[in-house]
Design a protein around this ligand. Structure first.
Ligand code: ZN
Length: 325
């Protein structure tokens, strides 16, 4: 477990002490990226890298030269690492989500586009924790997010069908929540899905939940093959059409409510469907680390993920956003 004051700065004062210049930021990234010693990206040997210049490292085996930022989200950035670090600190210290405009103001950046780019790259880095699947008892259900969401926490069958039919501006979000015994919630996984069919929901379950887990769902046909796929199923059949969701699916209900409140607080609820994916990643990152008392630890975790996340260009992010619709 990383320790405050040793592995990450615990306060803003410490942050300023630790990262007075680009060099200190680079050294920190080297520690995060190669905790077991430098691993050459070309020959794969682990060793003590030789510092060729301020920015370059060289593998003593094959003499390959690289920078600590190559192949990470900081690749070829024209923004200083200090500004990146400050952005990470700011983002992980905000309880609410962060907007590009807010980031631009706080960091005093000249360009809105740069702030936007940094924010989006960092959101990409937040996706990484989703590798380890949920297990134990897991609730799965869908919820509407975006404009004019119905008041009911759960999506009624009729509303679902309407949304499927018209593909309205509201997005359907599949939510999986670990249920702890005797009480409380564990981690969460979320994904925007195009409809509530098996073709949309089963892959979500398989990507998000460990086989063998007990999956609690409603009576939808979309979940009929869970058992065939190695899951145990706990089917909660609603008696009457609109049984209150907090009774049968307290975890999903709670997470959906928090997600909506968070989107409302940060983005005034005006979330376009193509933006939802990035926001879901950010929300899940925060939610899954909600018990991290130390804000510095979140800073550490996000940077740790940033150095193992592939770089993306501005063009890629924009075109992705368009194609996701
Ligand atoms: Zn090498």
């Amino acid at each position: 477990m990383p320790v405050s004051g040793r592995d990450y700065p615990g306060t803003w004062e410490q942050f300023l002490d630790w990262f007075p210049d680009e060099e200190s930021c680079k050294e920190y990234l080297i520690r995060l990226r190669w905790p077991q010693g430098f691993v050459c990206p070309r020959c794969g040997e682990t060793s003590e890298a030789r510092q060729v210049s301020r920015a370059r490292l060289m593998c003593p085996h094959c003499r390959y030269q690289c920078t600590v930022t190559a192949g990470t989200i900081f690749d070829k950035t024209r923004t200083s690492l200090r500004s990146w670090f400050a952005a990470v600190w700011y983002i992980t210290n905000q309880k609410q989500g962060v907007t590009a405009l807010g980031l631009q103001r706080v960091l005093g950046m000249g360009s809105y586009q740069t702030a936007w780019m940094i924010l989006h790259r960092l959101r990409r880095a937040m996706i990484r924790p989703a590798r380890e699947r949920l297990n134990g008892v897991v609730e799965v259900d869908e919820s509407f997010v975006g404009r004019s969401a119905p008041n009911k926490g759960r999506v009624g069958k009729h509303a679902k069908r309407l949304a499927d039919q018209y593909n309205m501006r509201r997005s359907i979000v599949a939510i999986a929540v670990e249920i702890k015994n005797p009480k409380g919630f564990g981690r969460v996984r979320m994904r925007r899905i195009l409809d509530t069919s098996e073709a949309s929901l089963l892959p979500f379950v398989q990507d998000s939940i460990e086989p063998g887990s007990l999956v609690r769902t409603d009576g939808s046909w979309a979940y009929q093959s869970l058992q065939e796929n190695g899951y145990r199923r706990d089917k909660k059949v609603m008696v009457g059409a609109d049984d209150p969701a907090h009774v049968s699916m307290p975890g999903v209900h709670r997470v959906a409510a928090l997600l909506k409140r968070w989107l409302l607080g940060t983005h005034q609820g005006s979330v376009k469907p193509h933006q939802i994916d990035a926001y879901l990643d950010e929300f899940a990152f925060r939610f899954n680390r909600r018990s991290s008392r130390s804000r510095g630890l979140l800073f550490y975790r996000l940077l740790e993920q940033a150095v193992v996340t592939e770089p993306v260009t501005y063009g890629q992010i924009v075109s992705d956003a368009k194609h996701r619709k």
